[in-house]
Design a protein around this ligand. Structure first.
Ligand code: TXA
Ligand code: MG
Length: 322
């Protein structure tokens, strides 16, 4: 497998062709890097599950270049979903909609819905357009990490996670660091009102503004209660144990906004100045803990109803006891 950093138009054509031939192409998006396959090719999609080590009943997100292609994959689309698509695509938002015939069980995990996203990253969009010009309908792409692990936000992370599982003709496209840094907001659009299934860069208040609604922002407390109930699997997890309270000892990692001083003896892993930067650097910080072989990471979660909600969601999951 090759990692390509100078992604010229002809490289993007080659990558689209590789996808068409059933190979996997990891590519940057504004949220995190995705591991792409032709969403209509059952064998290629099966390789995604193999390479990630992911259970096959976990459905995938289908990426398309524009909302004009939505009707291929989804039907009975509610008016509010169209409004959301117009407002936030291309961008870090995934809509779960009733599926068409094109969305087979091997994409949806057997559900009658399909998850669709139009990413804004330029390279992702160029790849989708090339792929569609070759007759492709969409690229299935989960985050390009092993199942349960931290999502990759740069090409080196994808290499570290997956290179041993990829074959010679698979590709990794290097488009620099992801600018949002946490996965897309997933919104179920199958009922009379939208429901946020996973918080992300498109926040509840942004959705409320567009739809003139008042969807509740999930509280950190509610998430921690879910966690305590033991229902959640360990997810978004580095090898180090993540603690959301308590004080680090000498040699433990520490992640907090820059206005929190580093406790004596602790190793600062990231020091973001804002919640946006927190999202952008969190996964790098968790990976750094592993490359430094730290046993424990103490995190001061950010506060707020912006992207802090998504950060707290991922932190609560990564802190789940293994
Ligand atoms: O930002 C992102 O969304 C990234 C980039 C690469 O686009 N992708 C991503 O994919 O995070 P993945 O597979 O790591 O997470 C997708 C989530 C899974 O939790 C899956 O269960 C959920 O989307 N999902 C997919 N299809 C669904 C459906 N039909 N109904 C409900 N949830 C669905
Ligand atoms: Mg993932």
């Amino acid at each position: 497998m090759a990692v390509i950093s100078n992604c010229t138009a002809s490289i993007i054509k080659d990558a689209a062709l590789a996808l068409k031939q059933g190979y996997l192409v990891a590519f940057p998006t504004e949220t995190v890097y995705g591991l792409g396959a032709d969403a209509t090719n059952e064998k290629a999609v099966a390789r995604i599950y193999e390479v990630k080590g992911r259970p096959t009943d976990h459905p995938l997100i289908v990426h398309i270049s524009s909302m004009q292609l939505l009707d291929k994959w989804a039907c009975e689309i509610p008016e509010y979903a169209i409004k959301l698509a117009r407002a936030f695509w291309p961008g870090p938002m995934t809509l779960v909609l009733k599926r068409t015939e094109l969305a087979k069980d091997f994409i949806t995990g057997g559900q009658d819905t399909v998850a669709i996203r139009v990413p804004s990253n330029t390279l992702a969009n160029q790849l989708l357009r090339e792929f569609e010009s070759l007759g492709g309908n969409g690229i299935a792409a989960p985050s390009a990490n092993r199942f349960g692990k931290v999502s990759p936000t740069c090409a080196e992370d994808v290499m570290d996670e997956l290179s041993e599982y990829l074959v010679a003709k698979d590709l990794i496209l290097d488009g620099g660091s992801s600018i949002v840094g946490v996965e897309s907001t997933i919104i179920a659009c199958t009922k009379s009102d939208p429901l946020i299934l996973r918080p992300g860069g498109i926040t509840a208040s942004m959705i409320n503004n567009v739809l003139d609604l008042s969807i509740e922002v999930e509280t950190k407390l509610a998430r921690i209660q879910i966690k305590a109930s033991g229902l959640l699997e360990s997810h978004y997890s580095p090898n180090a144990r993540v603690y959301l309270s308590g004080t680090p000892k000498t040699g433990d990692g520490f992640i907090a906004l820059s206005n929190f001083p580093t406790p004596e003896g602790a190793i600062r892993l990231t020091s973001p100045a804002s919640n946006q930067e927190y999202a952008r650097t969190l996964y790098q910080g968790l990976r750094l803990a592993d490359s430094k072989k730290l046993s424990n990471v103490f995190v001061v979660p950010p506060v707020g109803d912006d992207i802090a909600v998504a950060i707290c969601d991922r932190l609560a999951k990564s802190a789940f006891m293994k």
